[in-house]
Design a binder for this molecule. Structure first.
Ligand code: FA5
Ligand code: MG
Length: 434
């Protein structure tokens, strides 16, 4: 694991107004549970504030609408899916990584990518973190649909936010009755002329292998069922769009093999909607299901909502402005296209500094999130320069400030920009230039 502790977070965490997620210097409360903090803690105020929001459970919120539409589709194919949507985001590193067979030095364990509550606990980085625990619950379900908020330290732009929502779907079959169980699900036929490109097949010995534990015909049957289920889902969601184009590409996840991603053509570019694959048999064995075989997928709900409703900016999902929320009230009776209520002017400011060893761009992005909140629309690295004599690296970031509900004055932005400069120097130990 890359150990990079450029700043210890606790001094930055302010006391929050939200009663359910607060921090003091020795502990953090997350949805009513108390966790000790330690040297690994790297939570930020702006992220803690989001935890109680649970957008997937807010009536008529676009994230909740998509969740319900996906659940409706799968329950139509088989009514025995279990619905799970209330699990806490604080999970152990064992759940988030080890049980899913991530290597000990996998990059996603790095504190530059993941929010650590303490050295043993993280904010889940994906809904897959709950696979082992839900699979170990001995219900007679055929699978489950699990929706949750997930957390990643990431870049800042119109389609990336440090908190987003995923839905995980799992379908398991009795290995001895695979053929009959898999053919029991009822998928609606795809429309004629559906544009689906799939050069990936059902496995590839070099690039997308079968598991040693699986007979080829069993793995192929599961993979076919998976692809058919997800293609049907996309047509259920977007079927009214006659020009919709989707494609399959090969992928890699430590917890599935073979694995794929599905992409959709959106505004002239391929946009990744989901990852999926045949569940690693060890995960089923370890969770008390050695007699089962199955598939899993994880999809991004914001991505689907952006395509479906034409929502141009991922920050809008967090808006409490009725001009946003009221647009989705009639979703059951009419097709909704989001009408932007305004686009206020942007204001660019640059900041350049000499980086200390171990500096990561995500550290800068987080300072901007904490100081500017949702007024930061985009942060771009516009210049990197290495001084050949000293070996030191200088970086220049351009911050694009824009409010979603008012015009920002240059003075407003200067105040925030000064705070960003001060804080990036203090937390990250950079040396400001200019
Ligand atoms: C995963 O998170 C895997 N757990 C998915 C999976 C589940 C694979 C089960 C196999 C079996 P990935 O990091 O690619 O994979 O994220 C899955 C989806 O979440 C993406 O396809 C995308 O739709 C969405 N997503 C990922 N990062 C972001 C982000 N920063 N903002 C919004 N959506 C995102
Ligand atoms: Mg991916």
């Amino acid at each position: 694991m890359r150990m990079r502790m450029t700043w210890l977070v606790l001094p930055q965490i302010r006391r929050h107004s939200t009663a359910t997620s607060t921090s003091t210097s020795t502990s953090t409360r997350i949805l009513g549970a108390t966790f000790p903090t330690d040297a690994a803690t790297n939570l930020s105020a702006s992220v803690l504030e989001r935890i109680p929001r649970r957008l997937h459970k807010v009536p008529n919120h676009p994230i909740a609408i998509i969740k319900e539409r996906i659940e409706d589709y799968f329950v139509k194919t088989n009514q025995n899916y279990k619905i799970v949507d209330s699990l806490s985001p604080a999970v152990s590193t064992t759940q988030n990584f080890d049980q899913l067979l991530f290597d000990k030095d996998h990059s996603s364990r790095s504190p530059s990518d993941t929010y650590y509550v303490n050295k043993d606990t993280v904010l889940r980085t994906h809904t897959s973190a709950h696979q082992s625990e839900v699979l170990a619950g001995k219900q007679s379900n055929v699978g489950y649909l699990l929706t949750a908020d997930v957390y990643r330290r990431d870049e800042i732009d119109l389609s990336h936010y440090p908190v987003f929502h995923q839905m995980e779907g799992i379908r398991i079959f009795d290995r001895k009755a695979l053929l009959s169980e898999s053919s029991a699900d009822t998928f609606a036929p795809l429309p004629k002329g559906a544009k689906i490109t799939d050069p990936t097949g059902l496995s590839n010995p070099e690039t997308n292998p079968l598991q040693v534990a699986h007979a080829q015909k069993d793995s192929e049957l599961v993979a076919l069922h998976l692809k058919r289920a997800l293609e049907g889902l996309v047509w259920h969601l977007f079927g009214s769009d006659k020009n919709l184009e989707i494609r399959w590409i090969e992928a890699y996840f430590p917890f599935t093999s073979p694995s794929w991603e599905m992409e959709v053509m959106y505004q002239g570019k391929w946009l990744e909607l989901l990852g999926c694959g045949v569940i690693q048999q060890k995960i089923l064995d370890d969770s008390g299901n050695p007699d089962k075989i199955g598939w899993a997928f994880g999809l991004g709900l914001e991505r689907i909502a952006m395509v479906m409703f034409g929502i141009p900016d991922i920050r809008l999902f967090w808006s409490q402005d009725s001009r946003f929320l009221s647009q989705f009230e009639n979703h059951t009776t009419k097709q909704i296209t989001f009408q932007p209520y305004s686009k206020y002017p942007a204001c660019y400011k640059d900041v350049s500094f000499w980086c200390p060893d171990g500096f990561h761009d995500n550290d800068m992005f987080e300072v901007v999130r904490d100081m500017a909140g949702d007024l930061a629309e985009d942060v771009a690295l516009i210049d990197t320069f290495k001084n050949p004599k000293t070996g030191r690296t200088s970086k220049c970031f351009r911050i694009n400030y824009r409010s979603m509900d008012r015009t920002l004055s240059n003075e407003d932005v200067d105040i925030i920009q000064d705070k960003v400069r001060e804080e990036v120097a203090r937390r990250c130990g950079v040396e400001l230039r200019g």
